[in-house]
Design a protein around this ligand. Sequence first.
Ligand code: ZN
Ligand code: ZN
Length: 159
Amino acid sequence: MQDHQLQEWVERVSLQSFGIPFRHKATFNGRLKSTGGRYFTKSHNIEISPHQLRNYGEEETEKIIKHELCHYHLHILKRGYQHRDADFKQLLAKVGGTRYCKSLPAGEKRKTEPYRFKLVCRSCGMEYLRKRKADPRRYVCGRCRGQLLLYMLDFKSQT
Ligand SMILES: [Zn+2]
Ligand SMILES: [Zn+2]
C-alpha cells in the first residue's frame, strides 16, 4: 500500500467514524517498530507503521488509525487528547479504536517494548517491572517470598 492510499483510508475513517474530516497528512513510517502509529501535536500529521499492516492486516490497522485520529480530533478540539484523559478514553471506546498499539511479533521489537505492569510485594514493597501481564498468584517476592499484587503502569508517550 502506498502513502496516498493510506491518506485516503485515514480520510475515509475520519468521516465515517468521527464525522469530521482529516485535513492533515498520513504517511507510512518503516522505522516505527515499537508502536503501530504516531500522532504529532506540532504538525497534526499521523504516521502508521507498515509492519503493523503486514503483520496484523487491515482490520487491526484501521483500529490503530482510529486510535491516532482520537488524538488528532481531540487535540484540535482542545479536549483531553492524552491516553489518561477521560475524553480520549470515551472517544476511543465509541469509535472502537485499539487501546494500545498491538505488539509486533517477538524479535522485531523486543528491545523497545515498554514496561506496562509491575508486581509489588505486599510485605516488603519490592517492585518488579513486567512487560507483559502476569498472574501475581503464580509468583512470590524474590526478596521475602511475600504475596504480590499486579498494577498497570501509566502510558507516558502518546503513541
Ligand atoms: Zn517482599
Ligand atoms: Zn496513542
